[in-house]
Design a protein around this ligand. Sequence first.
Ligand SMILES: Nc1nc2c(c(=O)[nH]1)N[C@H]1C(S)=C(S)[C@@H](COP(=O)(O)O)O[C@H]1N2
Ligand SMILES: [Mo]
Length: 205
Amino acid sequence: MGGFVSRGFKGRRRAADDQATRLPPGQYAERGFPVLTAGPTPRIDLADWRLKLEGLVATPREWTWEELQALPGAGFEGDIHCVTRWSKLGTSFAGVSVDTLLEAAEPLPSASHVVAFCYGGYTTNLPLDDLKGGKAWVVWEHEGEPLPAEHGGPARLLVPHLYLWKSAKWLAGLRLLDHDAPGFWEGLGYHNRGDPWREERYWGD
Ligand SMILES: Nc1nc2c(c(=O)[nH]1)N[C@H]1C(S)=C(S)[C@@H](COP(=O)(O)O)O[C@H]1N2
Ligand SMILES: [Mo]
């Protein structure tokens, strides 16, 4: 009995230490998966769904749902962080690496920034480098299940090293630009980049 209690206590301590190092400043661990959307959840028929890669690319691309599923798959296992201060530790998503999409479209040397655009009109901006090198995915599964519509299904962008407003839900495409162009929340005072480890929450942080 004593041994069991002590083992449980140490286990909780280890979990707390692990949380302390995994939580960016000002964040708490949330067990659930809150929904944060500005506006209604768009419903998109998979037969009409397309994902576009356009702008400063050698080969503009457009994938149907079936074509996207046929690309080499890739997944993410780790932590996500919302600017409203919840983090979800140890979650998983599956889909395709943005690198795979970029390779198919061949960004021009002048491409430096990206606007992610969505069914429903939401946009968010990122430096192209934040979408390259195994740091970003287009995902349609969460913890082994189809991504629920309220979390961005059919498919969303996932950029887990930045605050979650950069992970555009109901993704319709990526537009490559030679300049930065603030998106929906960035234009309303959110930080332009949104690194949770630097607490880049709002304009001026
Ligand atoms: N298309 C679209 N994507 C979006 C949003 C939105 O309103 N529309 N909200 C963003 C914000 S502010 C957050 S915090 C996350 C929330 O994702 P979740 O609802 O899956 O938790 O989605 C981001 N992606
Ligand atoms: Mo958000």
